[in-house]
Design a protein around this ligand. Structure first.
Ligand SMILES: [Fe+2]
Length: 142
């Protein structure tokens, strides 16, 4: 599903069924939308750096939290390739977000459409594919 750069809206289609993960995804959507509006409104670089910091900080916390659940649930033992792929997706997002953050700090021009097209699409595709698969694993296990 492609969502472009418009604001994201939570819907049941994004649910993993795991309360802690869904709660964090809702928060992530809120921060991503705040960042989107900040850039769209053309706020200054300082505000952009700050909101990107919030986004990176929260995704770090969220990825750690999912990866702890993987560890605790024995995901890697049961589905090693899937766990590796999942963690790789997290790392790829973290790398892209910090590359963007660096470019903003250096005052390079940021392509707003490209940035939020990427962030929004990554989030929706990751949640609807990779995270929902993991959610099903946790639910079946419990
Ligand atoms: Fe994930």
């Amino acid at each position: 599903m492609r969502v472009g750069h418009e604001l994201l809206k939570w819907s049941d289609a994004l649910a993993t069924g795991v309360a802690r993960i869904d709660q964090q995804h809702k928060m992530l959507i809120n921060i991503l939308n705040d960042a989107n509006q900040c850039f769209r409104d053309g706020q200054d670089a300082e505000a952009q750096v700050k909101i990107m910091e919030d986004l990176i900080g929260y995704t770090t916390y969220h990825f750690d939290s999912e990866e702890e659940l993987m560890e605790a649930g024995g995901y890697g033992e049961r589905l090693p390739d899937e766990e590796k792929r999942h963690v790789r997706e997290h790392r790829a997002f973290a790398k892209a977000a910090s590359d963007y953050q660096l470019a903003i700090r250096q005052g390079k021009p940021i392509d707003y459409e490209m940035l939020f097209g990427f962030l929004n699409n990554w989030l929706v595709n990751h949640v609807m594919g990779t995270d929902q698969k993991f959610g099903r694993f946790l639910i079946e296990k419990s």
